[in-house]
Every structure is written in C-alpha cells, then in structure tokens.
Design a protein around this ligand. Structure first.
Ligand code: SF4
Length: 492
C-alpha cells in the first residue's frame, strides 16, 4: 500500500546517497528546468504579480490572526449544508475518523484524490493496517503507489522517474492492483496515460467511498475547493456515495471573493499555466447529486504549534504550489526523498520543524540546514513567505534545543576561534598556521580563480565532507603590511 519515510537518515547522509544517483539528477534537472521556464514566462505576463503576492500574504495573515473565528464560521456553514465536521488533534485522530466512516459502511476499498494532508498523516498505511485499501488516482501518485515508492515532489510526486521506469512499474505491478497494463505497452507518454486511464476508470466506477484533501476551504459558505489537472479529482468527488475530506486548518480563507486571488496565483506558480484545468467545489450534501454523506476532518497535527510562533507562522500561508522546490539548487541536485518527509524542498525544510518541533528528531533537526540560503525560494513564493529568514530562525531553535548536549564540532570550532582571535599574539600564531595550510596542494579551483581544498583530516573533514574550503592566503594582511613598509609610509 506504499512505503513510508520512517527510518530515513538525516539530510546530509540521504543527500550524499542521492547525489551519487546520476539518473535521478538527470531526471530532476530536466523536469525542474522545464517547470521553472514555464512559470517564469506566465508570471512575466502579469504587471501586477507583486501586488497579487502582497494581497495574498495579507489575506492569509489576517485569516491566521483570527483563525479560531474563521474555523468556527466554517464549521457552522459546513454543518448547515449537511456535512459532518470532525476535529483532529493529530494524525492518529484523523486516520481513526476516516477508518471509522469506512467501517460504518462496510467499505474495504476507497479512491483518493491527491492530498498532501492525507500523506502527512500516513492515511494509506493506517487504513491498510485496518484492512482497507486506498487507491491513489492522480497519475503521478499512482506511479509512486504501484512502485512501492515515496513521493519526491509536492506537485509531481514521481518527478524522479523516467518514462521507461514508469512503463516497467505499470507492466509488472498494475495487475496486482486491478486492471493490468496492455501487453504491448510502450513508454510513449500517451500510451502510459491510456493504461492508467483504463486502470483507474474501473476503480472510479467500483468505489463507494472517496477521500480527498482541499486546496482551500471558504469559511463564509462552507465550500471546499480542489484544483487539479487530470479530472480524476472530479471523478472522486462526484461518483462515490461517501466522501471524507481531510483539511489542514490553515486552508481556510474567509470569503468566496478571496479565492479569486489564490486561483490566479496557484496555477502560474505550480504548473506554469494561466488557469488550472479542473476546479471542483462542493459544500455539504445535495440530495440526489454527488456523495450523499460528506465528512470533513479539520486537521491540526502541529499547525497550532506553528501558529504560536509569531514570526514563523507565515509558513501557514503556503498554498503548496511547489515553486520553491523548482528553483532550489539543493532540491534540484538531491531530489525530494533526502528530506525524509512528504514536504520536501525549501517548504519542507521549514514546515517540518515547525509542525513537529525541533530537538528530538535528527531528521527534522537537519532540515533547516538543507539550504544554501541563496534566497531564490523566497523570491518566487506566491504568498511571499520569507523562507530564508525562517530557515535561519529554525537553525537558532535547533542550536538552542541542543545547548545542554555534548558540544558539537561546530561549537568547539567557534570556541577555539574566539580564543584565538581574542589576543594579538594568538592571532599572529594563527595567521602563521593558516599560511602553512595555504601552501598545501590545491585540489580544485573556486569561482574567481581562488584555490580550494576538498579534503582535510578530522575535525576539518566535518567541513570538507560536504564543501570545499577556500585556501587561506599564504601571506597574512599584517605580514604584507610589514613587507610593503606601510608602517614607515604611514609615519611619513
Ligand atoms: S512556500 Fe511558497 S513557493 Fe513554496 S510551496 Fe508554499 S506557496 Fe509555494
């Protein structure tokens, strides 16, 4: 029923393995470059893009400041329209609600619309443990699920897979899950999509229950919104008798008019399109039309923890467009699995520590460092989240959380530097040593022609294991000053 991120190593270790995978890097490099170019072209068409970003950020910030009121308005509107609202404190609560609804109807198979919230809570695995099969209907999610793989991108979870790999997965795994792939299946994209369509159509027609997320939830009307590109979402939201939607509490927007902004920002930022192909909205139950029992699970799972951080709460503005992933030089080289979470890339590097808290899990603690702080993610974010600022903010929290531990190599190096720089004689000695290091053979050139060392013995290896060290100058500034006779010059 799918793999999980449990047991993944911290980012530096996972990244080293990923960097050695040349096929992964080629697939990712090609895919992210294509999406980046499409996004840049459609964003450039709008003169008021920066205004839209500012407005969207303001709407989200206002909503987050009064989140409790908007959520109660949403609950009342949903209930009035016939939906049953559940509040879930964490993943276990949310999974239990979905399983209980299925059990009450004697259902052992559900279809799913792609949903980050249900991946976050491990719903498929939780349902499988109770004997309920959950089938993904988004093409990329289907590839991940059939391949017993993990998603590696928010929007394109199978971005790390090439066409021939997808053909192989369909050929060998589809039959066990339902309608098999045709015997003569090629790796032509149209043929692969055709095989998936036939396979999924049987699932849609047989399913009595669907599970979805929501991109937005409108408080005033109790309307849930899903945007997608394949039409599978619409099939799930209309055909089954029972629908359960798991919605993060940050998805709420106050009014229907507010949606306008986000439906303009999201497709341009995510798929590089002016409009997304399918926008489905639903509110409660309509007799004789669509699902006749609708449940909405409002999910916290760490969101109120993030909300409590006055600076970093802006992370809850995120509309999961994935633009920050596509421009990130780190993500482009290591892919999504290295982040050990369904939320990879720059957003994952800040969202995971904020949802889970830092200090107890080495994978989460490693994430704020999974960035060069180049700032590209913050520049493209359609809701203007200061991602680089939050990365630094979270690094401070990680350091604070470990102050009582045995000092790390970095802390020892800083203490040694403070001691060495604190007195003129010690600093002069340090300059002599650094001049000797500068004479070591240079293995590699840095931009601008400066030499660099790619290997140092321990403890220097902690640095050169992941980065080059620019070689220190052979002659210190003070030595040059004396040699150039500047003292006499100044005295004259
Ligand atoms: S942080 Fe911004 S750019 Fe990244 S996924 Fe969220 S909305 Fe998109």
């Amino acid at each position: 029923m799918g793999a999980t991120f449990v047991g993944m190593p911290p980012f530096p270790e996972a990244a080293r393995t990923a960097l050695a995978d040349t096929r992964l890097r080629r697939n990712l490099g090609h895919a992210t470059a294509t999406i980046r170019a499409k996004r840049a072209a459609v964003v450039a068409e709008l003169d008021d893009w920066e205004d839209l970003r500012r407005q969207a950020a303001a709407v989200k910030d206002e909503t987050l400041t009064h989140l409790d009121e908007h959520l109660l308005t949403l609950e009342a509107a949903l209930t009035e329209r016939g939906a049953i609202v559940h509040w879930a404190r964490d993943a276990a609560d949310a999974c239990a609600v979905v399983a209980e609804v299925a059990r009450a109807h004697g259902i052992d198979e559900v279809v799913k619309v792609k949903s980050m919230a249900t991946q976050e809570i491990g719903l498929n695995e939780a349902l499988a443990a109770r004997g309920i099969a959950a089938w993904e209907t988004d093409l990329a999610e289907l590839i991940v699920q059939l391949g017993d793989d993990l998603p590696s991108h928010i929007l394109v979870p199978a971005i790390h897979r090439g066409r021939s790999e997808i053909r192989e997965i369909f050929r060998t795994r589809m039959a066990a899950a339902g309608r098999p792939a045709p015997d003569d299946l090629t790796d032509d994209p149209a043929a692969l999509a055709g095989a998936a369509r036939l396979h999924l159509r049987e699932k849609f027609l047989a399913a009595r229950m669907a599970v979805s997320g929501a991109n937005f939830a409108v408080a005033e009307t109790g309307t849930l919104v899903v945007v997608e590109s394949e039409g599978n979402g619409r099939m799930c939201l209309t055909l089954p008798e029972v629908l359960v939607s798991v919605v993060g509490i940050e998805k709420v927007v106050p009014t229907y008019a507010d949606l306008d902004l986000f439906l303009r920002l999201l497709p341009r930022s995510s798929t590089g399109e002016r409009m997304n192909p399918y926008t489905s909205t639903w509110a409660g139950v309509t007799p004789g039309d669509g699902p006749q029992e609708v449940h909405v699970v409002l999910l916290d799972n760490g969101r109120t923890r993030a909300l409590a951080d006055e600076y970093a709460r802006q992370v809850l503005r995120c509309i999961r467009c994935s633009a920050c992933l596509n421009v990130c030089p780190v993500y482009e080289r290591v892919g999504g699995h290295a982040y050990g979470s369904v939320y990879p890339g720059p957003i994952g590097a800040i969202l995971n520590p904020l949802l889970k808290g830092v200090g107890s899990d080495p994978v989460t603690d490693s994430l704020p460092y999974a960035s060069t702080l180049c700032g590209a993610c913050g520049d493209v974010c359609p809701v203007a989240i200061d991602i680089p600022g939050i990365l630094v903010h979270e690094r401070v929290k990680v350091v604070d959380a470990h102050r009582g531990d045995r000092p790390k190599a970095e802390a020892l190096a800083m203490r040694a530097a403070a001691w060495g720089l604190g007195e003129a004689g010690r600093m002069a000695l340090g300059e002599k040593v650094s001049g000797l290091v500068g004479r070591l053979p240079r293995r590699r050139g840095m931009p601008g022609g400066r030499g660099a060392l790619s290997w140092l013995p321990f403890p220097g290896s902690r640095w050169t294991g992941a980065r080059d060290l620019p070689t220190p100058p052979v002659e210190s500034f003070r030595a040059w000053w004396r040699r150039a006779g500047r003292d006499e010059e100044v005295r004259r």
